[in-house]
Ligand binder design. Structure first.
Ligand SMILES: [Zn+2]
Length: 408
């Protein structure tokens, strides 16, 4: 019975996502509002249309493939793997590590061709890719180590708590995971980012001079502004704020500095300072930890229900089976939560935009956002439902309207 439910949830999830992708793809073809007409020049617009249709077809192929893979796992794969790990050892923790380790490794192997195609064919064709094979492979190796270390550590911690405390595990697990995410958010720029990228302080020069007065007015130290070598992998540009307290940091991609003029860069910087001043990172951590509490608490409620252990003919009490079944059952809840998180994040983006438009002329932020949209071949008219489910940022049009409503 539960197996049928899992299959139905998987198929419904696939259909729902494909409908969203389709209506969003249709919507990307316009018509454009008048004030967005200048974003794409004629030749760039045809490139955008071609890119969107390639990306849409690629996404369709990968999601159909992943649907087939999930159904195979549900019907045969999980059962076989479970039987095998049960033979190897009696330890729940080692069973769990083997079960999820083998799943992760095999899913990585079968999806790798798609990933390579995306980076070296699709992104390459539209001029986004700057990754060399050497960078690509070393990124992969590093992320495997990170995933094994973090994922493995989390699994050992979680299973150990469940084995010792049973249903009461959830609040200690929540405390542990929340403390870890605080640590992670605090040290993100100094521990994780350097594994993949170089960050250099903003050196002297015209940009430095231009930003000095802005940073004084906004009371944000120039020392906490760093340039990152994003151009090592892609031409796509970005900027973000990370950390809090003494580890606060604004990071600007070198690609952003190439694409925008100093006035536009200043307005992007003001937007990031807005995220800092309005404590968006802290609110994000609180929202994330509420989600973690919910996830763990519901898990504790279903933990002693024999139905979730018997799905693949497994022996009673196998925690890895309970976890994988719960993960699939939880999918609809997590989709709803991600809508709420997107709404929160979009609210933060509006607030940061408003902050920027009060500090420097909003028109600079608008022209910067337009340039970035064109350079990224962004969908200027995404479907509202798609935005709700997938976008952390409001649409360009929505942001423009909001920015223009602010008095400088
Ligand atoms: Zn932002």
């Amino acid at each position: 019975m539960i197996l049928n439910l899992l299959i139905i949830l998987t198929i419904l999830g696939f259909v729902f996502n494909q409908v969203l992708e389709y209506i969003n793809y249709r919507s990307s073809k316009g018509p454009l509002p008048d004030d967005l007409a200048d974003v794409y020049q004629a030749d760039k617009y045809s490139e955008f249309i071609s890119y969107k249709s390639s990306a849409y077809r690629f996404n369709l192929v990968t999601t159909v493939f992943s649907l087939i893979l999930t159904l195979f796992l549900l019907w045969i794969g999980f059962g076989l793997l479970d039987a095998w790990v049960n033979e190897i050892t009696d330890s729940q923790i080692i069973r769990g590590l083997l079960f999820f380790g083998i799943l992760a490794a095999s899913s990585e192997i079968v999806t790798m061709p798609f990933d390579i195609y995306e980076t070296f064919v699709l992104e390459q064709k539209y001029g986004f890719n700057t990754t060399t094979w050497k960078t690509y492979l070393s990124d992969k190796l590093k992320s495997y180590f990170l995933a094994a270390f973090l994922g493995g550590g989390l699994l050992i911690f979680l299973f150990w708590l469940i084995l010792s405390l049973e249903k009461n595990f959830w609040w200690l697990a929540w405390l542990g995971i929340t403390s870890f995410s605080l640590f992670f958010a605090y040290f993100y720029s100094s521990l994780i980012v350097p594994i993949f990228n170089k960050q250099t302080p903003l050196g002297p020069g015209s940009l430095h001079d231009k930003l000095t007065s802005l940073s004084k007015t906004a009371d944000f130290p120039l020392n906490d502004i760093f340039i990152i070598d994003g151009s090592k992998r892609s031409t796509r540009a970005n900027a973000y704020f990370s950390g809090f307290g003494r580890k606060r940091r604004i990071v600007l991609y070198d690609t952003l500095l190439n694409q925008l003029n100093t006035d536009e860069i200043a307005s992007v910087l003001a937007h990031e300072i807005g995220h800092y001043k309005l404590k968006h990172i802290q609110f994000g951590i609180v929202a994330g930890s509420i989600q973690t509490a919910l996830l763990l608490f519901i898990f504790s409620l279903v933990l002693d229900n024999s139905l979730i252990y018997n799905v693949f003919g497994s022996a009673e009490g196998n925690l890895h089976i309970a976890l994988i079944v719960y993960a699939i059952l939880y999918n609809p809840v997590s989709a709803i939560l991600s809508v709420l998180m997107n709404m929160l994040s979009q609210k933060f983006e509006y607030e940061a935009d408003e902050f920027s438009a009060r500090l420097v002329p909003g028109i600079n932020l608008i022209s910067g956002l337009k340039k970035l949209s064109a350079a990224n071949l962004s969908n200027l008219t995404p479907h509202q439902l798609y935005v709700l489910f997938h976008h952390a940022h409001p649409t360009l049009k929505q942001r423009m309207d909001r920015i223009l409503s602010v008095k400088y």
